[in-house]
Write a protein that binds this ligand. Structure first.
Ligand code: 13P
Ligand code: SF4
Length: 303
């Protein structure tokens, strides 16, 4: 088997040859984050995919993220090195189920979290991410808003708006497992540390935390804050970016068991193989991509 250094060299050479850029989500394993051109949260990666000048995008993340890139940049080849990396929460709602709900609430706007299939995005009015969900909902003229699929993100948004929020009943298995007791225990071990959690956490966990941010929002907050210690309530892969971007801060996982197995399916060998074989490619048929693009671009236009 090739050494890690050799695989890195191989990736860098292939990247040049293919005119490729590597995008990686904050939850990827350390060496994948280290070889990426851009590491970020869903919103940052979607913006990058829309604006990058490259022939090929290698998406180190899960399928809905690569689909979003393919929808935004149909002229580019999008590779997903771990073809089976999915988001179980994204699969908790289908376009057919959403259409039924829309029929029940004909005056409601539909906001699809980017953690959805291309078909669900196509059946929605606008997308959102964890970084902009409140702003997106507030940008709508409708007073009733269906939010799919994350019930926790929907309930979080409901705290900041007078609109009626109708949440779908999906959830992220990784974030759903955090409890207020985890926060109590972590605070006892690190008194004085600020607790930062993701909006995919349950409402009682959000109540027990100090701040709620998207993954990159947590990093920006920690880097800018005068506080020196942080307890991080999200997937543990993010700790690598804290150590790179604010090495002087002490960051502890809220739970070391908070691992998204799908985010861990990508490794350097798969990235090298994807660039070599130009597969697996992610493509979205234009009849689905066109309405999905409208919903994503409408989101990107909200500043
Ligand atoms: P972010 O957009 O905050 O990076 O979140 C993506 C995700 O899948 C969280 O579980
Ligand atoms: Fe999906 Fe949760 Fe994994 Fe994020 S952490 S990709 S929401 S399963």
């Amino acid at each position: 088997m090739a050494e890690k250094g050799d695989v890195r060299e191989q990736i860098l050479a292939l990247k040049k040859e293919r005119d490729a850029v590597i995008l990686a989500h904050n939850y990827q394993i350390d060496e994948v984050q280290d070889i990426a051109d851009i590491v970020g949260d869903s919103l940052e990666l979607a913006r990058a995919a829309a604006s990058l000048d490259a022939t090929v995008i290698v998406f180190c993340g899960v399928d809905f993220m690569a689909e979003t890139a393919a929808i935004l940049s149909p002229e580019k080849t999008v590779l997903l090195p771990a073809a089976n990396a999915c988001c179980p929460m994204a699969d908790m709602v289908t376009a057919g189920e959403l259409e039924v709900l829309r029929g029940q609430y004909p005056h409601a706007a539909v906001v699809a979290y980017v953690n959805t299939s291309a078909e669900v995005k196509a059946a929605s009015d606008i997308c959102c991410t964890s970084a902009n969900a409140v702003k997106i909902v507030e940008s709508l003229s409708e007073s009733q808003v269906i939010m799919v699929p994350d019930r926790n993100l929907a309930r979080y948004v409901a705290r900041f708006t007078t609109k009626e929020i109708l949440p779908w009943d999906g959830y992220c298995l990784v974030h759903e497992r955090f409890t207020p007791k985890d926060i109590q225990r972590a605070r006892a071990r690190h008194p004085g540390a600020e607790v930062l959690v993701h909006p995919e956490c349950r409402p009682e966990v959000i109540d027990a935390a100090d701040h709620v941010f998207s993954t990159s929002g947590m990093i920006r907050h920690a880097c800018a804050s005068p506080a020196e210690e942080f307890i991080i309530g999200t997937e543990i892969g993010i700790l690598h970016q804290f150590s790179l971007q604010c090495p002087e801060k002490h960051c502890y996982p809220l739970s070391s068991r908070a691992v998204c197995v799908n985010m861990k399916k990508t490794n350097l060998t798969k990235v090298a193989t994807a660039l070599d074989k130009m597969a697996p490619q992610v493509r979205v048929p234009e009849e689905i991509a066109a309405p999905a693009r409208k919903a994503i671009e409408r989101m990107l236009a909200v500043r």
